[in-house]
Design a protein around this ligand. Structure first.
Ligand SMILES: NC(=O)c1ccc[n+]([C@@H]2O[C@H](COP(=O)([O-])OP(=O)(O)OC[C@H]3O[C@@H](n4cnc5c(N)ncnc54)[C@H](OP(=O)(O)O)[C@@H]3O)[C@@H](O)[C@H]2O)c1
Length: 427
């Protein structure tokens, strides 16, 4: 059946099973939003044609980096009107422990946590779609595990094992949260399943993360990735049950399922307390490093003149000219460089700083608070400056409350829209 105007989002769409799934869905008439790190391979006529027609839209991100992921998700939210179907398919499998920019072991970060964040972030778009289905690509390697320790997965202390080490554990954690979150998503009309695509000849199965026996049987026994792609597709459409793990086309019990609440709680915690406030904290770190009150000097015409007049920088940033002069007067902005005629002139660093101030103002931080932060010694580690750490934690707490308030408002509006009632309790 040809699908028209339906949108599927696929992570890792440029390689292996994700690439076959992308081509398969394009041929069925779907529009594909590809959340990928590397380019699509050359010489793929279906891909080239779909890119030209805008049936295939590319969003670039390194999923192991919150900053990159945040930017891509914001782009997706701006550009896509809805998502009907979501495939969390990208994965990593290395031959040793590695760590994400956020400091957690990378198999957990990319294979378990990031699909959860993408699910949370794109839920609103899924609710606008028709199929409202999420498929998380898992692996039957999870069936070989006999024990599960979440802390060790995030921060390993045991020797590395290929396939049945961090990779299998990350996939088990993925299937556990898929199962754990299903009732909550179901109440909103969203179905979610985790699926093993079976053994496929892809980059993964000839990579260094695989034990040597896999490499031996791969060429003889593994299927082309189009088979794995069709297993994922079938799991989306040939099954109505939510929360299950599908292996060899059948619902399969998830081992160690007593850990699902623990996994889910930890993911919620990282998502809310880290990912959602990431940009707020990042802004403060940046502000802190850009501004050094001790280094503020009256700058004169020099080698590196800026490129904006006060009027231009005001238009670019949205700060009024009066505000810019005032911030300079109170020491929040460094003294502006001057042209020979005495007019202020600004560069990109000033612009970035003004944008940070706007961002911090939105968090409710007063100008005095901002000034206090920038007076602290900036060259030392944040944890070595208790005052700064305390301020950051206080603001994080405030932001969390703001987020909860905003979520309540969104829920109230949704409720009013869905129930088609008046904004008043009674007429
Ligand atoms: N092949 C099998 O036999 C098999 C068996 C069981 C389960 N699976 C699962 O099937 C899914 C697809 O795997 P595959 O076999 O098709 O492997 P693959 O060809 O190696 O594809 C992996 C994909 O993940 C992407 N990726 C990895 N790290 C990323 C990052 N930090 N940011 C963004 N993207 C990243 C890769 O992007 P780059 O191209 O940029 O690296 C690539 O697109 C995986 O979830 C895998 O665990 C596969």
């Amino acid at each position: 059946m040809k699908e028209h105007n339906k949108v599927v989002l696929i992570t890792g769409a440029n390689s292996g099973i994700g690439l076959e799934l992308t081509k398969n869905l394009l041929l069925r008439g779907w529009e594909v939003a590809a959340l990928i790190r590397s380019d699509f391979p050359n010489e793929q006529p279906i891909i080239i044609d779909a890119l030209k027609k805008n049936h295939l839209r590319v969003y670039k991100a390194d999923l192991a980096d919150f900053s990159s992921l945040r930017n891509a998700l914001d782009q997706i939210k701006k550009s896509e009107a809805k998502i009907d179907l979501l495939f969390n398919n990208a994965e990593v499998s290395f031959a040793e422990y590695k760590y994400s920019k956020q400091g957690r072991e990378i198999h957990f970060e990319v294979n378990t946590l990031v699909p959860f964040i993408i699910t949370m972030e794109l839920k609103e778009l899924l609710l606008k779609g028709q199929d409202k289905t999420i498929i998380n690509t898992s692996s039957n390697s999870l069936l070989f595990l006999k024990q599960f320790d979440l802390n060790t997965i995030i921060n390993p202390k045991t020797p590395f094992k290929k396939l049945i080490g961090p990779y299998a554990n990350s996939k088990l954690a993925l299937s556990l949260w898929t199962n754990g979150i299903a009732p909550e998503l179901s109440s909103e009309g969203i179905k979610i399943r985790s699926v093993c695509p079976g053994p496929n000849k892809t980059r993964l199965t000839k990579g260094k993360g695989m034990p040597s026996y896999i490499l031996l049987i791969r060429n003889l026994m593994f299927t082309p990735p189009s088979k794995g792609a069709s297993r994922l597709y079938d799991a989306a459409f040939n099954n109505e049950i939510t929360g299950i793990f599908i292996n060899k086309g059948k619902e399969t019990a998830i081992k160690l399922s007593g850990h699902k609440e623990e996994v889910l709680n930890r993911l919620y915690d990282i998502y809310k307390n880290e990912f959602l406030v990431y940009f707020y904290l990042n802004s403060i770190y940046k502000l802190h490093s850009v501004l050094n009150i001790n280094e503020m000097k009256i700058k004169t015409v020099g080698d590196d003149l800026g490129t904006y007049s006060i009027k231009q920088i005001s238009e670019k940033t949205g700060l009024t000219e009066d505000a810019i002069r005032y911030y300079e007067k109170i020491g929040l902005l460094p003294y502006a460089k001057r042209k020979q005629n005495g007019h202020r002139i600004y560069g990109d660093e000033d612009k970035e700083l003004m944008e940070l101030i706007i961002c911090l103002k939105k968090t409710g931080m007063s100008l005095n608070e901002m000034k206090k932060i920038i007076k602290l010694p900036i060259k030392e580690n944040i944890n070595a400056i208790p005052e700064l750490k305390r301020t950051l934690l206080d603001y994080k707490e405030k932001i969390m409350i703001q987020i909860q308030d905003l979520q309540r408002i969104v829920a109230f509006i949704d409720d009013k829209l869905e129930s088609d009632s008046t904004l008043f309790r009674s007429k």
